[in-house]
Design a protein around this ligand. Structure first.
Ligand code: ATP
Ligand code: MG
Length: 410
């Protein structure tokens, strides 16, 4: 991609309403544009990052037998009235449809997925069943000032598993837990697993939390055994596991997995005929992961005073190629040649080919945008390719061949 063609260019200053670091940097670098509090346009760079995160999540969900579907955001209120959540969920968006019907915008999808499963699951042979989606959610959040961390419209992966008994469900829960750890490892986002507190459905329930000062949650971590719990169940300052001292740290909840209340299956009559011909209630689990929140959390954790520092696996491009002094024909030709060679090897390159931007502006933009590897072509090249990792201070010089190999490792 040539930067001269990329929509839009970087901003000198963050928008006045951008309070959080992720909003400021993502807006300045041209990843997102806020349309109103909690609702964002994903610009070309931002959409690339979001898709890279989604693809990793999708691969790991498929690997544990998940089948991808997409359920509607626009829903009839009927099922919501049935579960009582039409009145009890305070962040629910309610609207009127044709003929004055009551509709909702889905903040989660139990009210769709249970009736769906109930329609198709008949016998124990239809179970287990793992359905997931990567889809937009709507929640009327009171405070939506933390950029992508708290959207009113946001992207979530939600997986629902249906089983013939609790033992099978608990076994699968453990598989999902491991898949989540793999996802966060592949994305490069550090997480701690915390036991979720209060009003949860079972002891199995847990969250995946990224420790960072900008987090809105507080998790308590034992200095002795690393056991972590979230705020609600933490009474006193002693670890419930080993008696060690615990310390509170701010954190972002990026994922949450838990068994679902039997009440949903009962409400929607989600039953199956077991091997003895008995009508039996289905056992279920729910597994959420905030795709767009992960993108915001990455920026909160990986940035410096100059800009974003993306992990390689989710960066929009792998190499940011800067052409300096392109008004000189020989330099321009060399920069184009390096660009084409990288592309021919399948390396994702953003080529800053602008002739009307200074070297200083190009370096500043590269730091702000945060692509993992930066390479410069200028008249100083003299057969060696200057390059630098965004996360390093030191520049290195390699032969063009060596540099292309280095780019391909990413
Ligand atoms: P929170 O306590 O932060 O409001 P939650 O516990 O209500 O979140 P869940 O219903 O567990 O959220 O949703 C699953 C995942 O979706 C969360 O772990 C989080 O990563 C993400 N998520 C929830 N609400 C938002 C939001 N408003 N904006 C972006 N991501 C969100
Ligand atoms: Mg949660």
């Amino acid at each position: 991609m040539k930067y001269s063609k990329l929509f839009p260019k970087t901003l000198k200053q963050a928008p006045a309403n951008a309070e959080s670091i992720n909003h400021q940097l993502l807006a300045r670098a041209g990843y997102i544009h806020q349309e109103m509090a909690g609702a964002y346009t994903y610009l070309p760079l931002g959409w690339k990052v979001l898709n890279k995160i989604s693809d990793i999540v999708r691969e790991e969900m498929d690997a544990i037998g998940g089948q991808e579907i997409v359920m509607p955001a626009l829903q009839s209120s009927e099922a919501w009235k049935k579960t009582g959540r039409y009145d009890s969920v305070d962040v629910l968006y309610k609207l009127k449809g044709a003929g004055d019907s009551d509709l909702v915008l889905g903040p989660t999808h139990e009210e769709i997925v249970y009736p769906l499963a109930a329609e198709y699951v008949n016998s124990y042979k239809d179970l287990p069943l793992y359905l997931y989606q990567i889809q937009v959610k709507f929640r009327n959040e009171a405070r939506a000032k933390a950029g992508l961390l708290r959207g009113r419209e946001f992207l979530m992966k939600d997986l629902y598993s249906f089983h013939s008994n609790d033992e099978d469900r608990d076994k699968y829960y453990e598989e999902v837990r491991k898949a989540y750890l793999k996802i966060f490892r592949r994305i490069g986002l550090p997480v701690v697993e915390t036991k979720a507190g209060g009003g949860t459905f079972s002891a199995l329930s847990q969250e995946f939390q990224t420790l960072t000062p900008s987090g809105e949650d507080i998790v308590y971590i034992c200095s002795k055994c690393s056991h972590a719990v979230n705020q609600e169940i933490m009474e006193g300052k002693v670890c419930p596991e080993c008696g060690g001292e615990v310390k509170g740290e701010k954190a972002i909840e990026v994922g949450n997995i838990f068994p679902l209340k039997r009440a949903f299956a009962e409400t929607f009559n989600l039953t199956f005929t077991d091997s003895n011909g008995q009508d039996t209630i289905v056992s279920a689990g729910c597994y959420g992961l905030g795709i767009s929140r992960v993108m915001g959390a990455l920026v909160e954790v990986f940035h410096d005073e100059k800009g974003i520092i993306w992990p390689e696996s989710v960066a929009p491009f792998q190499v940011h190629l800067l052409g300096l002094g392109l008004e000189e024909e020989s330099v321009k030709r060399e920069a184009e040649r390096v660009y084409k060679l990288l592309q021919a090897e399948g390396v994702e390159v953003l080529f800053d080919d602008r002739e009307d931007a200074s070297a200083g502006a190009k370096f500043a933009d590269a730091d702000l945008i945060g692509i993992p590897l930066r390479a410069v072509v200028s008249k100083r090249n003299e057969g060696k390719q200057e390059n630098k990792k965004r996360s390093d201070k030191e520049t290195s010089f390699l032969s063009l061949d060596e540099f292309i190999k280095k780019s391909m490792i990413h």
